[in-house]
Design a protein around this ligand. Structure first.
Ligand code: NAP
Length: 382
């Protein structure tokens, strides 16, 4: 395993971190049902093999992930890892709420200190909450009390806001969505460089696009990977793109089998910084173009369409609809729709009021696309 200095901090983190939101399940339709024996084996194997960062969050596995990880970090395992979790900013309705969730998280994870603590999924709405309820002052307070070592944030919005947030607080690190298809999405490569140059350690989430860049990869993409002349799996092709960048301090992957952990650790045990040639970089650009050419709706997930009067998570649904075609992953998207969108908020509840369409910078016919998305995602014939 390769370890990297973590920004300006005094710790070194493994270049591969363990994302705790994709543990094996005993019931595939219920993320709360973690298969504890299998997941414990997975986690202990990862730690024994050198992974020293576990990334968690309040909502993962319907709030069961933190509790489960707390239970597994016995017998010296807690001391071998940096424990990271995130404040569910969207749940904060008044000032005292940050402390309430924070204390509950300490209990769930059975620890006195979080090594890394993030404000979860910052974007336009949650950043307003942070300001309104003095959440940054709360971070200062728990840091001064020694209850967190390093404050950070994860991000899901557009680049200008990312830069504003980077500059607003002495963060130790941030967590951004990045992979070779999404190199200009949200913070993107420009955000990676910006945060790195400001001294933040940058961690990456969704390096394999939740598995879509690794499994059932279309034949055209496999052909491109072959052209690299390297013997590599699609997962390695995707990870290599990130490990090539010196600014990426840690790549989090939500691995769900021991084989995936083994493969990713083996790959991460070699040095890949600045090893991609110009020809290889052009292969990533071509692969990205192929994926992008399959998009159904030109939604950039900026979130300007929200809130919806019917509480339909518009950009989340359009994202799943696009993913179904981009990655030939209709069953995956259907599973997400079934498990993560309540029946009363599904796309068929759209009243075509057009409020969202007036706010959409891309001028998308949202009502029409929601109708189509519902048909595809609710298991009608495609
Ligand atoms: N803060 C936030 O807002 C936020 C949002 C998203 C994620 N995150 C964090 O970032 C972590 C990483 O994101 P992610 O889980 O989406 O990571 P990812 O690496 O993009 O996706 C993980 C999935 O990739 C597949 N996979 C992994 N290694 C593989 C291999 N060697 N060969 C084949 N398939 C492989 C598996 O899919 P299958 O199970 O289908 O095989 C696995 O479940 C999360 O777990 C979470 O901790 C944070």
């Amino acid at each position: 395993m390769i370890y990297r200095p973590f920004g300006k901090t005094d710790v070194k983190v493994s270049r591969l971190g363990f994302g705790c939101m994709r543990f094996p399940l005993t019931d595939e339709n219920n993320p709360a049902k973690i298969d504890e024996p299998k997941a414990t084996e997975l986690l202990h194997y990862a730690i024994d093999s050198g992974i020293n960062l576990l990334d968690n969050a309040w909502p993962y596995h319907r709030e069961m992930s933190e509790k489960f990880v707390g239970k597994t970090l016995k017998d010296g395992y807690r001391e071998k890892v940096y424990v990271s979790t995130k404040l569910p900013v969207w749940l904060i309705k008044e000032k005292g709420n940050s402390r309430k969730y924070f204390n509950e998280q300490l209990k769930r994870l059975q620890t006195d200190t979080f090594d890394l603590y993030l404000l979860h999924a910052l974007g336009k709405t949650s950043w307003k909450i942070v300001k309104e309820f003095d959440v940054l002052a709360f971070l200062d307070e728990v840091k001064a009390a020694g209850k967190i070592r390093y404050p950070g944030f994860s991000f899901h919005d557009e680049l200008p806001l990312f830069k504003e947030i980077v500059d607003a607080y002495p963060w130790a690190f941030c967590l951004i969505h990045l992979n070779y298809v999404d190199d200009d999405f949200q913070a993107g490569i420009e955000g990676l460089e910006y945060a790195h140059n400001k001294g933040l350690a940058v961690m990456v989430m969704e390096p394999l696009r939740g598995g879509k860049l690794a499994n059932n990869v279309p034949s055209e993409i496999l052909e491109i990977i072959k052209e690299s002349g390297r013997k590599q799996t699609p997962a390695e092709f995707a990870l290599r793109f990130l490990y090539n960048r010196p600014e990426v301090r840690c790549v989090l992957s939500g691995m769900s089998t021991v084989e995936q952990v083994q493969q990713n650790i083996e790959f991460t045990s070699k040095e890949h910084v600045n090893t991609l040639s110009a020809k290889e970089l052009s292969l990533y650009a071509r692969a990205k173009e192929i994926y992008k050419s399959r998009i159904k709706v030109n939604c950039t997930q900026c979130g300007y369409c929200m809130p919806c009067s019917q509480k339909i998570p518009i950009s989340f649904i359009l994202g799943m609809y696009n993913d179904a075609y981009m990655y030939e992953a209709i069953e995956d998207s259907r599973w997400m729709y079934r498990v993560f969108v309540k029946p009363e908020n599904r796309a068929d509840k759209c009243t075509a009021c057009s409020e969202c369409e007036e706010k959409c910078p891309q001028k998308i016919s949202i009502a029409e696309h929601l109708k189509k998305a519902h048909k595809v995602l609710s298991e009608d014939k495609v």
